[in-house]
Design a protein around this ligand. Sequence first.
Ligand code: GLU
Length: 276
Amino acid sequence: MRDSIKNKKRIVVKIGSSSLFYKDTGKLDYLKIERLVRVLSTLANSGRDVILVSSGAIATGRNSMGLSSNERSIPVRQACAAIGQAQLITVYQRLFAEYGRTAAQVLLTRYTIHSELTRTNASNTFEELFRLGAIPIVNENDTVTTEEIEFGDNDCLSAMVAALVEADLLILLSDIDGLYDSDPRKNPDAKFIPVVNDIESVEGMGSGAGTEYGTGGMASKIEAAKIACGAGTDMIITNAGDLDNIIKIMRGEECGTLFTASSTSKFEFREFDIKD
Ligand code: GLU
């Protein structure tokens, strides 16, 4: 099963805020970002289409304005996203340029995915960016979203993007090696699950809460797997602590938890309605 991963041509990689920032200072881990950019540029050089879904806009903006993580009102988050997204994309653009790649910013909302017109527009833009050899860097357009319409976490956003571009593989970089049958931080006997062929068998596993910086957590990754696998995309959760895990995965090595794409489910975008 892992051997077939080598042939995946269109890859979406998602990294969350907790993997990009130092917990104690709230500042960016440039070495980590630099490694990520190098690995993704290498994948692109091997002839693959690559999309990066990156969080971190709000945390970057917060840090830049000297605000604490307790300031969580929607206007504060929206303003911080406006400030931080520009700063974050500047860092990515500079680093990708060092490897001869052009980074492109794509900001999406639930409305983009919900409406057929904007969905088609976004899909056409991704195709053109691939044709040009650019690397799309996707985030939620937090500046214009409110709780009712936000994806909330970028796990589900990345799965929607994978469905939109008909990606072959979605890699979710996490602060854990993959899926365990119970929380390994609390239970030393927790068993690692290398492959999931039936999402329903693991539903309910994983705690709901994310980390201090991110909003995800394992529950939202299982939700993402439902979307991605339902759309025919394999998904792998792996540890962001070692970004060479991406290379290992692409070599077909056992790494992380593989959720295999469903061969039967009929995927339709209109299933994803705006939250009530
Ligand atoms: N879109 C948010 C940001 O860039 C983060 C969402 C998440 O935590 O996944 O700051």
